[in-house]
Design a protein around this ligand. Structure first.
Ligand code: GAL
Length: 416
């Protein structure tokens, strides 16, 4: 080979390499509120994506704040400003369909469901939540349970009480614990975590049918039964800490773990926190039961990711959705998150005893949607309910809370 040919070959190879690199060096921005203590499950999923697509630079954009209170506001600004992330977290249900789908901002993923064979892999109830007028608009990564009461067995043993199974029983147990010197038997955190207590009380008082009727517009908030949910909620609040508004859900969980409080009502991301971050063993380090009076019901919510129209890195985002919807993806994410896989074919051996029991309950209990986490009610109602909760926490006026909720439901077109 003469020198000229050799030089030419070298430059051709370099050019080819550069072209190849340019082709492979994609990027992907995913957006969620899973950071810090809430990050490990998502980080593991991102790692799995990076193993499959090593040339793609993933920007794991997160906005801290439980239940997405801060992230959802940032997302709104970005979406309206034409700066959509490539894929973002949204709760399956009204939060996704009633906001971004009706506004025609999301891509219909039906063809992806077809090519991946997902119609048979996700429960119909979950697919229904993410469907709108024949299209399917996101990929669920998990199923969480909202109505769980957490406690530490050693604390209850020391205090001589057992986990209450009804709200009436809860209120008696609370009095016992107070008499024994525990000032705040129930610990709660900031506003949305308080709403979760109301949600559990309401499902307990109204039953699943009454709860569903509420969101179908068939039961008015002003009905005496619904007023009764606020009355009971008020009694439950009397068992709780007064500094709740300054506590994150993790800090509230910490108070149960330290023995300062006996109970916390929280979704089972708390199980993820206690096992993945706190390294506790489910069953001994902490234990659980359905929140009082809701043993037959599974209040569900599902986190999902969708593909906004105009995503800058659409091909990479579709691959991201493929990874998170895969069996491997779900069994990587959920054991760390405290949730169960949204897919029906997950590998039970990868899950701890808490998640195995949640999986069993998901298959055997009556499923209803969570209001607080976007499954049952639209964003307009859910965000407006925060102020109603704040007012009720300070004035304890059950009738006023019920009337304000009905006004909000009408304004938010609940059941229409
Ligand atoms: C929920 C979400 C869970 C968990 C929780 C606390 O809305 O569905 O996955 O992140 O908030 O932030």
């Amino acid at each position: 080979m003469n020198k000229r040919t050799k030089t030419a070959l070298v430059s051709i190879t370099a050019a080819a390499l550069m072209a190849g690199a340019a082709q492979a060096a994609g990027k992907l921005e995913i957006f969620s509120w899973w950071s810090g203590d809430e990050g490990p499950a998502l980080n593991a999923l991102v790692k799995l994506y990076e193993t499959k697509y090593p040339a793609v630079a993933v920007d794991n954009a997160t906005v801290t704040g439980g239940a997405g209170t801060n992230a959802k506001a940032v997302l709104k600004t970005r979406m309206l400003g034409g700066d959509a992330p490539d894929s973002f977290q949204a709760h399956a249900g009204q939060e996704l369909t009633g906001t971004w789908v009706v506004a025609d901002r999301m891509e219909d993923l039906s063809s992806l469901y077809k090519s991946e064979g997902w119609a048979a892999k996700f429960p119909k109830a979950v697919i229904d939540l993410i469907s709108y007028k024949g299209g399917i608009y996101s990929v669920p990564v998990d199923v969480h349970r909202s109505n769980v009461m957490w406690y530490v067995p050693a604390t209850l043993k020391k205090m001589g009480v057992t986990p209450p199974t009804s709200w009436a029983n809860f209120i008696t147990t609370c009095a016992t614990l107070k008499a024994k010197g525990m000032a705040t038997p129930l610990v709660m955190g900031e506003n949305w975590t308080q709403q979760m207590i109301w949600e559990s009380v309401a499902v307990g008082v109204l039953g699943p049918k009454g709860w569903n009727d509420l969101w179908a517009g068939k039961l008015k908030f002003t009905d005496p039964r619904v007023v009764g949910t606020f009355t009971t909620y008020g009694k439950v609040l009397d068992c709780a800490n007064k500094d709740a508004s300054g506590l994150s859900w993790q800090q509230a969980t910490d108070r149960v773990l330290s023995g300062q409080a006996a109970f916390n009502i929280m979704g089972d991301w708390a199980a993820g926190y206690m096992t993945t971050t706190k390294k506790l063993k489910p069953g001994t380090g902490f234990a659980w039961s359905a929140s009082p009076s809701t043993n037959g019901t599974f209040i569900m919510l599902a986190d999902s990711f969708g593909l906004p129209k105009g995503a800058k890195d659409r091909a990479e985002a579709i691959n991201w959705l493929k990874v998170l919807g895969s069996k491997d993806g779900q069994d990587t994410f959920n054991p760390l998150k405290g949730s169960i896989a949204a897919r029906i074919d997950s590998d039970p051996t990868k899950y701890n005893v808490y998640s195995q029991s949640a999986g069993k309950d998901f298959r055997s209990k009556v499923i209803v949607g969570s209001m607080v986490h976007g499954a049952a009610a639209n964003e307009a109602f859910t965000s407006g309910f925060g102020s109603i909760n704040d007012a009720f926490v300070s004035n304890r006026d059950a009738k006023a809370a019920a009337a304000a909720s009905q006004e909000l439901a009408t304004k938010s077109k609940i059941g229409m």
